[in-house]
Design a protein around this ligand. Structure first.
Ligand SMILES: *[C@@H]1O[C@H](CO)[C@@H](O)[C@H](O)[C@H]1NC(C)=O
Ligand SMILES: *[C@@H]1O[C@H](CO)[C@@H](O)[C@H](O)[C@H]1NC(C)=O
Ligand SMILES: *[C@@H]1O[C@H](CO)[C@@H](O)[C@H](O)[C@H]1NC(C)=O
Ligand SMILES: *[C@@H]1O[C@H](CO)[C@@H](O)[C@H](O)[C@H]1NC(C)=O
Ligand SMILES: *[C@@H]1O[C@H](CO)[C@@H](O)[C@H](O)[C@H]1NC(C)=O
Ligand SMILES: *[C@@H]1O[C@H](CO)[C@@H](O)[C@H](O)[C@H]1NC(C)=O
Length: 574
C-alpha cells in the first residue's frame, strides 16, 4: 500500500491514480518495481505539463507551476495542496527545467525514475544527444543536496507530510472504493451521486427505507409510496385505480445490470488535463468528482449511462433505450464495474449486485469482461493470460451465482473479447497528447515507455512486437469461443443465456461511414480504452442485434408511455 502514496508525491494532480487503477488490479500482487513505474510515469507526466505550459505561455518555469496550481479547483483542497507541493519540490524542478533538461532527465535526476542494473533505460522523449550517463551526472550537479532527492531516497510515505493528510484521506477512500468490496447489506442504493452512488446504479428514492429501491415489484401497487422508485405511484382520482397497476401491470418491467471492467466503467482521463495548449481554469472543474468516482464516468456510459452524451453522438445508452421502451423501467440499472475486473476476480465483487429473486423484476445482465483476461503488464504477458479452461470454470461459477440471485425470466448476455490489434494499427504513428506540442511522442513511444516501467495496462496489444500482438489476439479468440460454447451448451433455470461478439470492426466501419477516423474511438490519454463514442456505438450495435435476434430480451413497448409522461413528467429524473 505504501508505495501507492509515492504516486502523490510525483503527481500533485493525482493524475496517476487512474494509471494505477487501470493498469493493475488492486487485488493483484504486484512486484516492487511496478509501483516505482507509476511514480516514474507520474513524474514525467507532471514535469511535462509544467514544461509545456511554460513553452505555450512563454513564461518561466516558476510561473508555469503557479499557473498549473491556479487552474485546480479548491475542492478537496486540490489547489492548496498543489501550492504546498510546489513550495516543497518546485525549486529543484525549476533549476533543472531552466537548464533545459527534459522531463525524462528531471525525473531520473530526482530519482522518481530509476534504471535498475541490467534493465533498459526507460524514457518517453527522444534521448538527449550526449551520452545518458554524462547528461545525468551534469544534471545531478545542479540539484545536489536537494530536498526532493532526499525525499525520494527516503522512500517514506507521502501521506505522512501533514499538509497532505487531508487529500490523502480522500484518495484512500477513492482507492478503497475501487477495490473489490464485500457489502452484502440490503441498502445498496444511494442518494449520493459519487462514491458508487447513483452514477453507478439507479437513484434511491427513500434512503431511510431499505424496502424501497429501483427494480423491485411494486408493494401494494405503490398506492402510498413509490416502492420501486420508477416515479409512478398513487391512485388515479378519476377511477380509483393505482397508477402503477394501470400503467405497468403486464408490461414486463426489467432492469439492466452490467458486470464490467474499466471499459464498462467508462474509464476516462480528459485530454485537457494534460494538454498544455488546451489547459485552462475550466479544464479541471470535473477533477474532484472524477476522483471520487475512481476516474470512471458511468453516468455517461454506453450501457447504464443516463446523461446525454457530451460529444454530440445521438445514440443512447442501453439503459435509456430500455427506459424509453417501457417507462416503468425508470432508474432500474446497476453498473457493477471495476477497474481491473476479469473473469478471475469477478467473484470478489459480484456480491454488490443487488437483486432479490422473490421481490424484484427480472434483469438483463451483460457480462463484459473484455480485456483483463488477456491484458496484463507483465514482462512476459502470455503465461499470465487466463486459459480457456480457467475461464470456463470461473464463468460457470459466476453463472451459478447469477442463477441463484436473479429472478426467474432474466437474461444473461456474455460479451466476447475484442481484437485489440486495432490499438497499435490505428495509433502507433499518431502523436500522444504529450507529444502534440513538439511532435516528439507517438503512441509507439508512449506504449514502449509504459511497458519499460512495467505499468502497461495491456502489454500484449500495446506493443511493437507483432508476434506478441497476434498471440494476444489468438488467446482472446479462444476465450471468446469458450464463452460462446458456454452460451450454447449450458442451461440455467432462472435466465436464458446468450453470447455476442465484441466486434470493434463493426463499429469502426459505422464510424467511418459517418466520416470519422478509427483512432477517434480510443481514449487519447491512455491509448487503450474505448471512449464514450465507441461505448455508445457499441450500445447501438448491441441493441440492434438483440432486437433482431432475441427480441424477448428487451420486452414489449409499453403503450402507456405517453400517459406516464403526462401524469409524472420526468418521473423524478435520475
Ligand atoms: C518570450 O519572452 C521573452 C522574455 O520575456 C521575450 O524576449 C521573447 O520575445 C518572448 N517570445 C515570444 C515568442 O513571445
Ligand atoms: C420513506 O420511508 C419512511 C419509512 O418507511 C416513511 O416514513 C417516509 O414517509 C418515506 N418517505 C417518502 C418521501 O416516501
Ligand atoms: C459502468 O460504469 C462505469 C463507471 O462509470 C462506466 O465507465 C461504464 O461505461 C459503465 N458501463 C456501462 C456498460 O454502462
Ligand atoms: C437530453 O437531450 C434531450 C433532447 O436533446 C433533452 O430533451 C433532454 O432534456 C436532455 N437531457 C439531459 C439530462 O440533459
Ligand atoms: C421460470 O419461468 C418459466 C416461464 O417463464 C417457467 O416455465 C419456469 O417453470 C419457471 N421456473 C421456475 C424455477 O419457477
Ligand atoms: C515478441 O514476443 C514474443 C512472444 O512473447 C517473444 O517470444 C519474442 O521474443 C518477442 N520478440 C522480441 C523482439 O522481443
Amino acid at each position: 500500500m505504501k508505495d501507492r502514496w509515492k504516486i502523490l508525491m510525483a503527481a500533485p494532480l493525482l493524475l496517476l491514480l487512474p494509471l494505477h487503477t487501470s493498469a493493475s488490479p488492486a487485488y493483484d500482487d504486484q512486484p516492487a518495481r511496478h509501483s516505482d513505474g507509476h511514480t516514474c510515469v507520474g513524474c514525467v507526466l507532471v514535469v511535462s505539463m509544467i514544461e509545456q505550459l511554460a513553452q505555450v505561455h512563454n513564461s518561466t518555469v516558476q510561473a508555469s507551476m503557479e499557473r498549473l496550481c491556479s487552474y485546480l479547483p479548491e475542492k478537496l483542497s486540490l489547489k492548496t495542496t498543489c501550492y504546498l507541493v510546489v513550495h516543497l519540490f518546485g525549486p529543484d524542478i525549476i533549476k533543472l527545467l531552466s537548464a533545459d533538461r527534459n522531463a525524462d532527465v528531471v525525473c531520473h535526476t530526482l530519482e522518481f525514475c530509476k534504471q535498475d542494473p541490467g534493465q533498459p533505460l526507460c524514457h518517453l522523449y527522444p534521448l538527449p544527444k550526449e551520452a545518458w550517463k554524462l547528461t545525468l551526472e551534469k544534471a545531478r550537479q545542479i540539484v545536489e543536496k536537494s530536498p526532493t532527492l532526499k525525499y525520494s531516497r527516503s522512500g517514506s510515505d507521502i501521506c505522512s507530510l501533514p499538509f497532505l493528510a487531508k487529500i490523502c484521506q480522500k484518495i484512500k477512500l477513492a482507492i478503497k472504493n475501487s477495490m473489490p468490496f464485500k457489502d452484502v447489506d440490503s441498502d445498496k442504493y444511494s442518494v449520493f451521486p459519487t462514491l458508487r452512488g447513483y452514477h453507478w446504479r439507479g437513484r434511491d428514492c427513500n434512503d431511510s427505507n431499505g424496502m424501497v429501491y429501483p427494480g423491485r415489484r411494486p408493494d401494494n401497487w405503490d398506492i402510498h409510496q413509490d416502492s420501486n422508485c420508477n416515479g409512478i405511484w398513487g391512485v388515479d382520482p378519476k377511477d380509483g385505480i393505482p397508477y402503477e397497476k394501470k400503467f405497468c401491470e403486464g408490461s414486463q418491467p426489467r432492469g439492466i445490470i452490467l458486470l464490467g471492467d474499466s471499459a464498462g466503467a467508462h474509464f476516462h482521463i480528459p485530454p485537457e488535463w494534460i494538454t498544455a495548449s488546451q489547459m485552462s481554469l475550466k479544464s479541471f472543474l470535473n477533477l474532484p468528482t472524477a476522483i471520487t468516482d475512481e476516474l470512471d464516468w458511468p453516468q455517461l456510459s454506453g450501457v447504464t449511462g443516463f446523461l446525454n452524451s457530451t460529444n454530440g453522438v445521438k445514440e443512447n445508452s442501453i439503459y435509456l433505450r430500455l427506459r424509453k421502451r417501457n417507462h416503468c423501467n425508470h432508474r432500474d440499472y446497476q453498473n457493477i464495474s471495476r477497474n481491473g475486473a476479469s473473469s478471475q476476480n469477478l467473484e470478489t465483487f459480484i456480491e454488490s449486485l443487488s437483486r432479490n429473486q422473490l421481490l424484484d423484476h427480472p434483469a438483463i445482465v451483460i457480462y463484459a469482461m473484455i480485456g483483463n483476461d488477456v491484458c496484463n503488464g507483465k514482462n512476459d504477458p502470455v503465461p499470465e493470460m487466463t486459459t480457456p479452461k480457467k475461464l470456463y470454470s470461473k464463468v460457470m461459477q459466476t453463472l451459478q451465482y447469477l442463477n441463484s440471485h436473479l429472478p426467474n425470466g432474466s437474461h444473461v448476455i456474455l460479451y466476447g473479447l475484442p481484437d485489440g490489434t486495432f490499438l497499435w494499427d490505428n495509433l502507433h504513428s499518431r502523436y500522444h497528447p504529450l507529444g502534440q506540442l513538439n511532435k516528439d511522442v507517438t503512441y509507439a513511444h508512449f506504449y514502449s515507455f509504459l511497458s519499460c516501467v512495467q505499468v502497461s495496462p495491456c502489454l500484449g496489444w500495446m506493443s511493437s512486437n507483432k508476434t506478441l500482438r497476434t498471440l494476444t489476439t489468438e488467446r482472446a479468440e479462444q476465450l471468446s469461443n469458450t464463452l460462446k460454447k458456454i452460451a450454447t451448451s449450458e442451461k440455467f433455470t432462472n435466465f436464458n443465456l446468450f453470447y455476442m461478439d465484441f466486434d470493434f470492426r463493426e463499429i469502426t466501419e459505422e464510424w467511418k461511414k459517418r466520416g470519422g477516423q478509427p483512432w477517434q474511438l480510443i481514449e487519447p490519454v491512455d491509448g487503450f480504452h474505448p471512449n464514450e463514442v465507441a461505448s455508445l456505438l457499441l450500445a447501438d450495435r448491441f441493441w440492434k442485434k438483440v432486437q433482431l435476434q432475441w427480441p424477448q430480451v428487451l420486452g414489449k413497448e409499453n403503450p402507456f408511455n405517453p400517459q406516464i409522461e403526462q401524469v409524472f413528467g420526468d418521473q423524478g429524473g435520475h
